[in-house]
Design a protein. Structure first.
Lengths: 436, 292, 297
């Protein structure tokens, strides 16, 4: 017994010693062996957020691309680390604070990416981008001073999905104008059907509704200008949009308890036909078309329409809220930057060819749909995307993290009735103004 | 006799390993974190030394004080809930029929990870399909509450699962403590004609008062730095209505790119914990306290 | 050490003395059991719910009442949970990392508590204070500095960093619980042992440790549960699959846009089984140990 304890004590002392001493001495030698060659191969480390369990299609595509690439480049060894969405974000924070970003990783647009670019963490990718391959505007969200620092993999817009059967039951037509839309809402709520489900605990979900109203009433520029400080958030159109939200809330347009529901929970109401309408990005399309987990009967009931036009408003019906989702970056500190960039360029190309068909993800590169066997809803959406007059990037993505938090909190407060439309716009104007 | 029990070598051998571990893995990091608190740092780019500015901001930060108040309330609720758990443990430890089975059942929730508990309670609190409102509807309540969506009650709604989650933890400790009371003492009291209640209040409770004080401390400090369920279930919302100190700190440091300020908040949390612990120990101090 | 087993003294509270009292007693007990039973249902329900949850499809999980049974038990959730990702490996890692950390924590904490409560030295209060304050430090404040430190000594992506973190961060709590108990344990035996000329090591290992088995079981249960469900450290310090644990495995099913709740439920059920069994085993130890310990008191 005595021995056992002595061993434990000695062991822990030894461990501690190593930790303390190591902390002082060997900080220079560490990263060489971790990120440079293993054997005679060059190791490129990549982190992404498509685990096999929840994003099998994306996982498989990336995995395939890596295998093919390694076959073509026998001297390269690409090692992946895969995390869930939230965990990915948290880990990236720790890694960047410790200056240990992976050679290749995933980033989000604008407000999320900017600090990394300013902190000199991301490498400019202007040398590998072929601009003509991308849908117009998608690269802008990842550019600082005209230089792209990440290459987008996805492009999403947010249509209004609706349940055709519920609409038919109450004799409702797809609304073309906002007044018609209000009538639809009224009919449904008079009949005790939840018109709209929105998981506003996540906040960006409610933000989409507000953004659409702002766009339809004030035109696409008003909100963008307010955010980039060429305009004001107290613009009458932006106040008016907030008033319309309040009106919808008063009409019981949104599912009961929306501020406490996550997007996943709110989606459940739509998927279980307890709510008639739902705004969400086109990443939801697989649930309504190809996903084997969803009942075909339900899929047949789902349609979508464009957010209706507002009479007297400056926006038009072909303008969308949406934008590029995730993108790939190469770390500026990487010892294998060139190899990383080459692989990114390869991956983006291959991804563009396969993502829609295999994973139902619309890539940011232009898609040739002619030869492929796509579900009708995808073809329609791709057409709408082609004819879109404008895509307004999600407000919380445009803003810096701090301002976005104010915006999102205010969205909750506006929907929940704790902020009046005036207070809502004022709080955001103040946050935006105090930023610089 | 004193010599053996004050052998310096043995004392060092027994305490040093654990002491070194906490010094290196807890105290050095928190010191570094306090140092980050002096920086303007987004956790990404260069750090900029700004002295005590973050701490000045903290003192004036309304959100911080609101979330501190929320954490305080949780601490109070948790401390009060201990009485309930103590009562249950007294019953369980008094050898009534089925106590063994009941005790095991009572501890089950504590085995579940926060992921599971959060999912369960989000389902319970769902305003339309949720169990809580279904039950209320059965009893004829018409305007069923919105629970997590209502800023007035969101904080208290979330206290329920948080406090419930720890039922097993405290029952486990109290039960072990009560079982630790020697049977001879109880027997002696019985012979003197004491009834069950007298035994509980005059004999058992005083004997476990030391452990009870420890659990008060654990409950208070644990509540002040509590984070898990609140972050998952409400994210501190709606609009900050259920923000607590730790969730606010996490948000600032990891979500809003204010790593310097987040570190300062972490330090503030520590200071508040210290003050509260000191207060708690003053409040629970009594003459019959076993001193060392 | 010779084990003296005694029959636990049966002390039935409801010894009827008069008929009137017994009648009242019955009502009282009926009421008591009603409350205890209701509480038991509340406490066991989550487990049942979790099993149902693990058999539902994503569509059923949301929208339907949580009371509802899965319409068509979806056993595929379990197949999916077991086959995508390396749940088997994660499981194995969870087991050995948890056991090792629990053993280290309880031994180190016992040593400290013994030294602080039983031995005489000037700085004992200060040392105890250090552990107390360590309990108050919020975990997220330490995570980035810790990452840097481990990184400097090449312990990132090594299970050593996880075991060290688990052991260390559970020490303060464990010491405090032990402390509460050590203070109530009689010192007479130890004092007698000192008189007999026993060494400190002998006293600790042969008298104090066996006497504290019930408390050690209690702290072992608590430590085990914490380590088993821990998430932040593993997620931050471990990057390769071969050292990940079950809690991280669960995140395999949380996607960018889609979360596979059924598979998460299945993984949760899989992960709760070993901990439930260990718990039931250790929980008996609390009572057995007491019976054995109280004889010496």
């Amino acid at each position: 017994m005595l021995k056992k304890k002595a061993v434990t004590a000695a062991l822990s002392l030894a461990l501690m010693g190593g930790l303390v001493l190591g902390g002082c001495s060997s900080s220079s030698s560490k990263s060489e062996d971790t990120s440079k060659s293993s054997g005679d191969k060059t190791v490129v480390k990549m982190m992404h957020l498509w685990p096999e369990g929840s994003a099998k299609a994306q996982y498989t595509i990336v995995d395939d691309i890596i295998k093919t690439y390694e076959k073509e480049h026998p001297d390269i060894d690409i090692q992946t680390e895969i995390l869930g969405n939230e965990q990915y974000k948290e880990k990236i924070k720790v890694l960047s604070a410790s200056n240990e970003l992976p050679d290749i990783g995933i980033t989000w647009a604008a407000g999320y990416m900017k600090p990394f670019v300013e902190g000199n963490m991301f490498a400019p990718l202007d040398d590998i981008v072929q601009e003509d391959k991308f849908v117009a505007g998608t690269l802008d969200a990842f550019s600082v001073d005209q230089k792209p620092y990440a290459i987008p993999l996805e492009l999403n817009i947010a249509p209004v999905y609706y349940n055709k059967e519920i609409f038919k039951k109450y004799d409702l037509e797809v609304p073309k104008t906002y007044d018609e839309f209000l009538k639809v809402v009224k009919t449904l709520s008079d009949n005790d059907v939840t018109p709209i489900t929105v998981g506003n605990k996540d906040r960006w979900t409610g933000s989409m509704w507000y953004m659409y109203l702002a766009d339809r009433i004030g035109g696409p520029e008003t909100l963008n200008n307010a955010i980039n400080r060429t305009g004001s958030f107290e613009d009458p159109a932006l106040v008016k949009a907030a008033e319309e939200i309040t009106k919808l809330v008063d009409m019981d347009a949104f599912v009961k308890g929306f501020n406490g529901l996550s997007n996943d929970e709110a989606k459940g109401y739509f998927m279980n036909e307890q709510a008639a309408m739902y705004i969400m990005g086109t990443w939801e399309l697989p649930n309504y078309t190809t996903s084997p987990d969803v009942d075909q009967k339900f899929k047949d009931k789902v349609g979508y329409f464009k957010f209706p036009a507002y009479e007297g408003g400056k926006g038009n019906i072909d303008s969308f809220v949406g934008g590029p989702g995730v993108a790939l970056f190469a770390s500026e500190q990487s010892k294998v930057k060139d190899e990383a960039k080459q692989f990114i360029s390869y991956l983006v190309d291959e991804w563009g060819k396969r993502s829609v068909v295999e994973a139902g993800v619309i890539p940011a590169t232009t898609v040739d749909t002619s030869g492929s066997d796509l579900a009708q809803m995808y073809i329609d959406i791709l057409n709408d995307l082609g004819n879109a007059t404008n895509i307004t990037l999600y407000a919380d993505v445009q803003m810096s993290a701090g301002v976005a938090d104010v915006h999102l909190n205010q969205i909750q407060a506006l929907f929940g009735g704790q902020s009046t439309p005036k207070e809502f716009t004022k709080a955001q104007e103040e946050a935006l103004a105090s930023e610089k | 006799m004193k010599n053996v029990m004050s052998n310096k070598f043995v004392i060092t051998l027994y305490t040093l390993p654990a002491l070194l571990l906490i010094l290196v893995l807890i105290y050095i990091p928190i010191t570094l974190s306090g140092y980050y608190g002096l920086m303007d740092w987004d956790g990404i780019g260069e750090m900029k030394f700004i002295g005590l500015e973050n701490y000045v901001t903290l003192v004036q930060d309304k959100v911080f004080w609101t979330s501190t108040w929320h954490s305080f309330q949780l601490a109070i609720f948790s401390a009060v809930s201990l009485l309930l758990y103590l009562g249950i443990s007294l019953v369980l430890a008094s050898k009534i029929k089925g106590s063994d089975l009941l005790r095991k059942i009572y501890l089950i929730p504590m085995l579940l990870s926060s992921v599971a508990i959060a999912q369960l309670w989000m389902k319970i609190f769902d305003p339309n399909n949720g169990m809580a409102n279904r039950l209320l509807e059965i009893f004829g309540v018409e305007n069923t509450p919105l629970w997590l969506a209502d800023p007035e009650i969101a904080l208290y709604s979330i206290f329920i699962p948080v406090i419930w989650q720890y039922a097993g933890f405290y029952i486990l400790i109290y039960y072990a403590a009560l079982k630790n009371v020697p049977d001879e003492v109880i027997e002696a009291a019985k012979i003197d004609g004491a009834n069950a209640l007298q035994i509980a209040f005059r004999i058992k409770l005083p004997l476990i008062s030391g452990i009870f004080k420890v659990t008060i401390m654990l409950a208070v400090v644990g509540s002040l730095k509590y984070f898990d369920l609140i972050y998952v279930m409400t994210g501190g919302g709606p609009n900050g209505a259920s923000e607590v100190m730790a969730s606010y700190m996490y948000k600032e440091a990891f979500k809003l790119n204010n790593f310097g300020y987040g570190s300062a908040l972490g330090f503030g949390l520590l200071v508040i914990c210290l003050v509260m612990t000191w207060l708690t120990s003053k409040l629970t101090k009594s003459n019959d306290d076993v001193q060392f | 050490m010779s084990k003296v087993s005694t029959q636990p003294v049966t002390t039935n509270l409801s010894v009827p003395k008069t008929t009137k009292k017994s009648y009242l007693n019955k009502i009282g007990f009926g009421f008591l059991y009603l409350i205890l039973g209701a509480f038991a249902i509340i406490q066991i329900y989550p487990l049942i719910w979790l099993v149902f949850f693990s058999l539902k499809t994503n569509q059923e999980v949301f929208g339907m009442s949580p009371f509802s049974l899965p319409q068509d038990p979806n056993w595929e959730n379990y197949t999916r949970a077991w086959t995508s990702g390396n749940i088997g490996l994660y499981f194995f890692n969870s087991v050995w990392i948890t056991i090792l950390s629990v053993v280290l924590t309880t031994i180190l904490a016992s040593l400290v508590t013994f030294a602080v409560t039983r031995m005489h030295w000037k700085l004992s209060g200060l040392v105890l204070g250090l552990f107390l304050v360590a309990y108050m430090i919020p975990l997220h404040s330490t995570i980035i500095p810790l990452f840097n430190m481990y990184n400097n000594v090449n312990l990132i992506d090594s299970p050593v960093s996880i075991v060290l973190s688990y052991t260390t961060f559970n020490l303060p709590l464990t010491i405090m619980i032990l402390l509460g108990f050590y203070r109530t344990f009689p010192r007479e035996i130890e004092e007698a042992a000192v008189m007999d000329g026993c060494s400190v090591h002998r006293i600790f290992f042969q008298i104090t440790l066996p006497m504290t088995v019930p408390v050690l079981s209690t702290t072992a249960i608590i430590n085990m549960i914490y380590n088993w469900n821990e998430f932040v450290f593993v997620n931050t310090f471990i990057s390769s699959d071969k050292w990940k644990t079950l809690t991280v495995g669960i995140n395999n099913f949380v996607g960018q846009y889609l979360t596979d709740w059924g598979a998460i439920g299945a993984t949760l059920v899989i992960s709760i089984i070993p901990i439930l069994l260990t718990f039931l085993f250790l929980s008996n130890k609390i009572v057995e140990g007491m019976a054995a310990g109280s004889v010496k008191g």
